[in-house]
Design a protein around this ligand. Sequence first.
Ligand code: BTN
Length: 243
Amino acid sequence: MFEPNLTVLEQAGSTQDIARRMAADGAPSGTAVMALSQVHGRGRSGAAWYSPPGKNIALSVIIRLSLEIRRAPLIGLLASISVATLIESLCDPVKAFLKWPNDVLVQDKKISGILSEARIVDTNLEFIVLGIGININSGVNDFPEQLKDSLTSSFILTGRTFDIRAVGNNLLKILGDSILKVEKEGLDFVPLAWENRWLHKGCKLMRDNVRGTAAGIDLDGSLLLKLDDGTIAKISSGPLFSA
Ligand code: BTN
């Protein structure tokens, strides 16, 4: 049972590391930690995640669910749908789109990234920690020079600033509703819900030397690429590039 319980810290190294420790110590599903300033944020594929102090969401939340391990990536996809819903509610009338696996984009610029880490013991999924970074009150000058053209924020999109704590609680509420739906109905609705916001559906993508058309999302969250010879390749980890 997911019960939202948010702790807000003035500063942290990485909320992801804190939440993982709390999960290993038995913290229940819905336990979340947010840092107003995060100094060693971690992104996917070992990259650093930079966020200027006091401006953005850096939040990690513990999820405990009984599900097949192979379907755990769907929880990251579900979280990106929740973040897209949140951003649309803050920045109405903008539309938020998804880039596989877990990025949220508005007007072709990244506004949020999600790091999903699972702990598996023997053959059991013990927990998932979702680390969610969302650019909220950053201005263009808060972004690193080399990323200025590829990032956006709620502030840039609306000219308004937002209360970070309120946005964090709002995010947990939306995510909690999604997890509740999964607890009731299972995960089968996730691939289609995700595809409905997919920026690259039908586009040519490539990974290493595999090139094809973005055709769909499988029941385990993999991306299905239709190759030129008509066969389908399953891609289970990013990143993919436009081909
Ligand atoms: C990405 O590479 O796009 C994922 C970025 C995830 C960043 C978030 S911020 C909160 C949490 N704590 C971390 O150290 N990383 C995640």
